[in-house]
Design a binder for this molecule. Structure first.
Ligand code: NAD
Length: 467
């Protein structure tokens, strides 16, 4: 059945090439309408999947998608037209331009942590660029997956967009087809599997992966403000955010004061006692028992390696619950500092010199995001120039994600390629190089054989002057 749909989409993708821009905009409008009319179901599905608070669903699932739809519709005309570029005088008489064209049929694979927006955001770019798409949402958030299917069916014909529900085996089946582009959001481990499968068909890929995003607080930072921002970014979606602060480096001179601010921020957000926090309607749950058990193991391992729990530390795997947890003096060799945490645990370390932190980051895979809280111009400049990461935010966390003018993506281990706004449109387009020769374009005939000494001299002049 999947193969049949893929083949239909291949045919339809050819038809779409001659459709007008207006048709693409109408498709985006249809998607917007379908999302709006299913809003209550989206909220309910995410509540059922991992107790996601309604406010967080509105803020981090529905709003980014509607905003991207609006931004894309507004700018699509300017993105999709031909872009004139210069032509060297050796090609005198000709004109050159870049024409973005649809890639064709794309496969979009989503994760469970923001199961709604991480399927629809890339879909908006894919549709805007004129593609067909098969979506494979995460099987771990099955309620959201079925709302995604309903929305897609309400907005698109199957040969344009189709939702293939299922687990890894469904993805494996889909990966057998020669997609024109594969857009994957998920773990680095599975990203490698996707890239290997894509190589068989030479399908281009965008990999939006994860990793450990460091957060640094130096002695010049505004501690109370920084603590609230870090706590919000870490515990929204219960830490299951690809760009969540993964671990914390605090300057030793302000470490004890920062810890107090951080604890105060958590209590302000979720309640002052362990019980209140556990029953807070504003704290999401883990998506599975296994995932919660993994977090519990991370805490146990860190404690066995001499880390101190200075807040929280309570996990109930069968209830999918892990409390906001602060681990002081985390050992860099402990599991919590080795793998992506992806939960509400924040290990902390201290530093004396910013060079130590830069060295620590550069010794590890390049992170998806890096957050630096500081008022030191010199230290900020050093972090900007001496580290590499998908994104870098000064004096805040996460918020680069919502600026549609910025590319969102990682580097190497944290990802390949980017999207959002024009960057997403470009990801789902092939930039076709077009050159139009005119009747004046006869100069190059000088380079046709036979190669006389006159032609050789002309060629040598060309080389000498690099013209
Ligand atoms: P995952 O890699 O386990 O799964 C992602 C998708 O891949 C799912 O649809 C799943 O069904 C499929 N899949 C799983 N195993 C597969 C296999 N063997 N073969 C083929 N397909 C397979 O990721 P997840 O647990 O859903 O999400 C968490 C990860 O995603 C974290 O690492 C997080 O950092 C990352 N993430 C990245 C971004 C980003 O924008 N860069 C956003 C959200 C999440």
């Amino acid at each position: 059945m999947l193969e049949k749909i893929f083949l239909h989409q291949k045919q339809y993708a050819l038809k779409l090439r001659s459709e007008s821009l207006k048709t693409r905009i109408q498709s985006l409008e249809a998607l917007e309408k379908a999302i709006e009319s299913h809003q209550a179901e989206i909220i309910e599905a995410l509540k059922k999947d991992f107790n996601k608070p309604e406010a967080e669903t509105l803020l981090s699932e529905i709003y980014p998608v509607l905003k991207e739809l609006h931004f894309t519709r507004k700018n699509l005309k300017s993105w999709s037209g031909p872009r004139r570029v210069q032509t060297p005088w050796t090609l005198f008489g000709s004109q050159s331009f870049i024409q973005p064209e649809a890639r064709g049929v794309c496969l979009l694979i989503g994760p469970w942590n923001y199961p709604f927006q991480l399927v629809f955001l890339p879909l908006i770019s894919a549709i805007a660029a004129g593609n067909c798409a098969i979506l494979k949402p995460s099987e771990l958030t099955r309620h959201t997956s079925s709302v995604i299917k309903k929305i897609a069916e309400a907005a698109f014909a199957t040969e344009h967009v189709f939702v293939a529900e299922g687990g890894a085996e469904t993805t494996q089946e889909l990966l057998k087809f020669p997609f024109d582009h594969i857009f994957f959001t998920g773990s680095t481990r599975v990203g490698k599997i996707i890239m290997e499968a894509a190589a068989k068909h030479l399908s281009s890929v965008t990999l939006e992966l994860g990793g450990k995003s460091p957060t640094i607080v130096d002695a010049t930072a505004d501690l109370a403000v920084a603590a609230e921002k870090v706590a919000w970014a870490k515990f929204i979606n219960a830490g299951q955010t690809c760009v969540a602060p993964d671990y914390l480096f605090v300057h030793e001179a302000v470490a004890s004061s920062f810890k107090k601010h951080l604890i105060a921020a958590i209590q302000k957000f979720y309640g002052s006692s362990a019980e209140q926090i556990q029953h807070s309607p504003d704290l999401a749950r883990m998506a599975s028992v296994n995932h919660t058990q993994r977090l519990k193991n991370l805490i146990d391992d860190a404690v066995a390696k001499k880390a101190e729990i200075i807040f929280g530390g309570h996990c109930e795997p069968e209830k999918h619950y892990c409390s906001p947890t602060l681990l002081d003096k985390a050992d860099p060799h402990s599991l919590v500092m080795q793998e992506e945490i992806f939960g509400p645990i924040l290990p902390m370390m201290t530093f004396k010199e910013i060079s130590e932190v830069i060295h620590f980051i550069n010794e590890r895979p390049k992170p998806l995001a890096l957050y630096f809280y500081s008022h030191s111009q010199m230290n900020s400049e050093r972090i900007l120039k001496e580290t590499s990461s998908g994104g870098l935010v000064f004096n805040d966390s996460l918020i680069h994600f919502v600026n549609p003018h910025l590319p969102f993506g990682g580097v190497n281990h944290s990802g390949i390629g980017s999207y959002h706004g024009w960057h997403g449109f470009q990801t789902f387009s092939h930039e076709k190089a077009v050159l139009k020769q005119s009747f004046l374009g006869k100069m190059l005939r000088i380079m046709y054989p036979p190669y006389s000494s006159f032609k050789m001299n002309a060629l040598k002049t060309l080389l000498r002057w690099r013209i």
